[in-house]
Design a protein around this ligand. Structure first.
Ligand code: BQZ
Length: 667
């Protein structure tokens, strides 16, 4: 009798083992999706393609400048084959010129030298200035069978050699910077060799993170290639999208780079384009022309922008863009009130109120949630070699113990963390790895760590982190100091600070101390990318394995930023291999299998300590035309890219008055 039962049980467990890749692991709790996005998927080329039209026209405000000779004619400013946006993919059709698009942002422009890692204030201002080799944002609308890699942009086309070790890229011909200078392979070479691959420059793309240190070879003014050590595939090209693959003006910046100017230092190079020096030279649709600190950035149209609509009108449609320098919370408040045109609703603390107000027919916006793509995690620094003092070093050494990390993860009550941020169904536990809204996420490959204080305590005892002095806080193994973990947090983001408060009291219950280190977002970010932190809790949206790779993955010897010394944890080498195999594959089934392995490795080892993940809703003022319904707040890229702002417009009668009518950037 007993034997029979055991046999039956055994049979069952073998069946379970076959079905799940994580035998014995705890499963993710059931997820309730709030996603209400409905949209039709279309082909890649249905959105835009490169080509030429019989004739072109421009915003009427530029006519006088062309007539006076201050600007060349529009056809001479445009490239040979501009990017043409198809009318068929525009929900409101070809636009009318003029007016203002009003952004509100919580960031402040750090400076204009984005190649040296500076940001311009986020919230879409970076993306309004920078253009990148390829584009990811609009991919959310591309049908599955055409999801074969990024969309073209400055890189008009590309191809691999037979053994996939050389990627040849053809740049658009005749693209010009906003001061009229030609954009060519020298700009690309300077970006890659003297920024990305120069380890002294804090470029957004980490040195050697593109296919193991690919070498760039210039072929001619518009053709270049990357030569790889090992075969690659289409997926690797995704790395060349925003925020990694965006060249800056070499004709301005080379002279300020220490390699070309012996008076320059890396510090002076980073600061070469201070935020009070206007106007920077850009490729983007708009150029910053006014910056009033803590108040406003005004951008005006770039008369050299390289994109048109099907009727030949040069884009963008809006003459002016405003970035009011306020707070992220105010961005949502102003969108709901109608005084701002756009917001990524990303703070669950104001969801209920914003949803209520946007239900009304008279509301200037409508809110629809997408999948859960905003995810927060606690990240521990594993690099003991750069610790600030002995205690810091002991902490970082302890972080390298898998059982210590698992203990922290089991000590977290993720439902309670979610409810502390906002009551309601918004938050769902995040255990690390891909967010549930990622196409690479797999629940069955996620090793969940349920809230279990007894287990956390047992694991902490086992790693020798006992409370040797009996003061209620555990001590570093070997009877060291109390375990007090300094955790960096973005002071101005209440979603982050509330989570840290909850985490602090939950960890205290298992004898682990937390010291909050509230810093502004920019300092937080540069400390993170510079590896100057012990631990941090913040939002890190892990959706694609090719975006901002060094933030989350061992993409090179100096990645991730939280283990930059290169002394890898045992599973990290395997994870690094899976990542490079995924990037070197274009077979969907193979990629999915690799992503599952990555998810398993990250969660089994509590590589990072996930907290919660939430859905977000995009708010766009109803007077804005061509904002495609269904645009997600974040998928392949943030909505500011996904919504294609150069294609948005407002009918004359609804346009907001420009502050600087009739002007463009002066050089
Ligand atoms: C969206 C985004 C557009 C950066 C930033 C900011 C930085 C991160 C991230 C988001 C802001 C907005 O996010 O919160 O809704 O508009 O700008 O870039 O959090 O600190 O480093 O990655 O994009």
């Amino acid at each position: 009798m007993i034997k029979k039962q055991m046999k039956a049980l055994l049979g069952l467990s073998t069946a379970l083992m076959a079905a799940s890749s994580l035998a014995g692991a705890d499963e993710m709790p059931p997820e309730r999706s709030l996603s209400g996005l409905n949209f039709e998927l279309i082909g890649r080329a249905d959105i835009y393609s490169h080509g030429s039209l019989e004739s072109y026209s421009q915003a009427p405000m530029l006519d006088a400048m062309v007539a006076s000779g201050a600007l060349p004619a529009v056809k001479d400013r445009l490239p040979e084959q501009p990017i043409i946006f198809s009318t068929g993919a525009m929900v409101d059709g070809v636009g009318e010129y003029g007016g203002v698009f009003r952004h509100v942002i919580g960031g402040r422009p750090e400076g204009w030298n984005w190649m040296a890692g500076q940001h311009q204030g986020w919230g879409g201002i970076n993306m309004a200035m920078q253009e990148c080799l390829v584009r990811q944002g609009p991919r959310w609308q591309v049908k599955a069978e055409e999801q074969t890699g990024p969309l073209p942009n400055l890189a008009q086309s590309w191809s691999f050699n037979a053994d996939m070790t050389e990627l040849t890229i053809n740049l658009m011909k005749g693209v010009k910077w906003s001061d009229g200078d030609a954009f060519d392979t020298e700009d690309v070479r300077f970006w890659y060799e003297d920024n990305v691959q120069d380890e002294n420059v804090a470029s957004r793309m980490a040195k050697d993170s593109l296919g193991g240190g690919a070498a760039l070879e210039v072929i001619d003014a518009h053709t270049f290639k990357f030569v790889f050590d090992t075969p690659q595939a289409e997926t690797i090209v995704e790395n060349l999208a925003y925020i990694q693959g965006c060249p800056g003006p070499s004709h301005i910046l080379k002279d300020k780079h220490p390699k070309y100017n012996s008076d320059a230092t890396y510090e002076s190079y980073t600061q070469a384009q201070p935020n009070d020096e206007l106007a920077p030279v850009v490729l983007g649709a708009w150029v910053p022309v006014v910056h009033r600190p803590d108040e406003l950035v005004i951008m005006r149209r770039n008369p050299y922008y390289f994109k048109v609509d099907e009727s030949g009108q040069q884009l963008p449609y809006y003459n002016e863009m405003h970035f009011r320098l306020s707070t992220w919370g105010d961005r949502t408040a102003q969108a709901v009130a109608g005084t701002g045109d756009f917001s990524n609703m990303e703070d669950p603390g104001n969801y209920v109120e914003a949803l209520k107000q946007s239900q009304d027919d008279a509301s200037p916006v409508r809110a629809n949630f997408g999948p859960r793509v905003l995810a927060w995690r606690m990240t521990l620094n594993f690099d003991a070699s750069t610790a600030q003092d002995d205690t810091d070093q002991a902490l970082r050494t302890l972080f390298r113990e898998k059982d210590f990390r698992l203990a922290l993860s089991h000590a977290l009550d993720r439902d309670a963390i979610g409810q502390s941020v906002a009551r309601g169904p918004f938050a769902y536990p995040y255990i690390g790895g891909f967010a549930t809204g990622s196409p690479y996420y797999d629940a069955a490959s996620s090793d969940y760590h349920p809230f279990d204080q007894a287990k956390a305590n047992a694991l902490l005892d086992a790693v020798g982190a006992t409370d040797t002095d009996g003061n209620g806080t555990r001590n570093l193994p070997g009877g060291g100091d109390d375990i007090m973990i300094p955790v960096m947090v973005v002071a101005e983001r209440s979603t982050d600070t509330k989570q840290l408060e909850a985490v602090t009291s939950q960890l205290a219950e298992v004898g682990i101390g937390v010291i909050a280190v509230p810093l502004d977002e920019t300092t937080n970010d540069s400390n993170y990318t510079g590896g100057q932190f012990t631990a941090t809790l913040r939002r890190e949206n892990v959706i694609l394995p090719t975006r901002e790779t060094c933030r989350s993955w061992p993409a090179s010897d100096t990645c991730p930023y939280f283990n930059a010394g290169g002394d890898r944890l045992d599973f990290e080498t395997e994870l690094a291999n899976k990542l490079s195999m995924l990037q070197a594959s274009s077979d969907a089934a193979e990629q999915a299998a690799l992503a599952r392995d990555m998810q398993r490795l990250v969660t089994e080892n509590a590589y990072t300590i996930g907290t919660i993940q939430i859905p977000a809703a995009l708010l766009v003022n109803k007077r804005i035309k061509n904002a495609h319904p269904g645009t997600p707040v974040f998928m392949y890229e943030w909505a500011e890219d996904g919504v294609i702002r150069e294609r948005l417009w407002t009918a004359k009668t609804d346009q907001v008055q420009e502050v600087l009518p009739g002007t463009i950037a002066e050089y």
